[in-house]
Design a protein around this ligand. Structure first.
Ligand code: GSH
Length: 205
């Protein structure tokens, strides 16, 4: 397989998936600042001009398959390898629930904080940044409450949901950690200690 990625949270999620699922994969790290993601050759495999993109030469039916969207890449590799997907039906629903929390809520607030601080043409009021930082922490409070009861988000076994949301937590952990979300912090240490996660997080931006 081949993965085109970069050292951002979304890029790290895909690299974590590759490393934790243990698939053989050549990883290409794109330089987003130099706009590698807008190069004509890259747009042929990902017309949205964003990372990550996975190419599996042996997809379903033995045919090549190109997958974009980091959350989809993670789920594709988990299904292909049979890893990180609980068989218990309740744990499976909980896994999807936390994936949705991560993809729809954590990711959007995280991205808003980034855009307000680094992409807006003019300085935005500190109160706007604080509004989203507080929202970010409050969203993680639900995870902290769950992690007071179970080792991982969907139960006592690690699932795709933990791997998926980890890069968002790791990229901005000072906020929930300073708010005293101790169960979340312990989970972050458990997930972050995994060799495949560490390898996936180490991409250069
Ligand atoms: N929801 C997508 C987001 C993909 C995305 O926004 N990628 C960013 C980096 S994190 C990117 O390629 N940005 C470069 C650009 O937009 O030019 C995913 O999870 O893969």
């Amino acid at each position: 397989m081949e993965l085109y990625t970069a050292g951002t949270g979304n890029g790290q999620r895909a690299a974590i998936a590759v490393n934790e699922c243990g698939v053989s994969c050549k990883i290409h790290v794109l330089n987003l600042g130099q706009r590698d993601q807008k190069a004509a050759d890259y747009l042929k495999i990902n017309p949205t001009g964003r990372i990550p993109t996975l190419i599996d030469p042996e997809g379903p039916g033995g045919k090549p398959l190109t997958v974009t969207q980091s959350w989809a890449i993670l789920m594709y590799l988990c299904e292909k390898t049979g890893k990180f997907l609980p068989s218990d039906p309740v744990a499976r629903v909980r896994m999807f629930q936390w994936m949705a929390e991560g993809a729809a809520d954590y990711a959007s607030v995280n991205q808003t904080i980034f855009f307000l601080g680094a992409r807006m043409p003019e300085k935005v009021p500190d109160s706007a940044v604080k509004f989203y930082e507080d929202r970010f922490v409050n969203l993680w409070r639900f995870a902290d409450a769950q992690l007071a009861k179970t080792q991982y988000l969907a139960g006592d076994e690690i699932t795709a949901a933990d791997l998926a949301v980890y890069p968002i937590y790791a990229g901005r952990k000072a906020l929930p950690d300073n708010a005293g979300l101790k169960h979340l912090q312990g989970w972050g240490e458990r997930v972050g200690a995994r060799p495949g996660v560490q390898k996936g997080m180490k991409l250069e931006i």
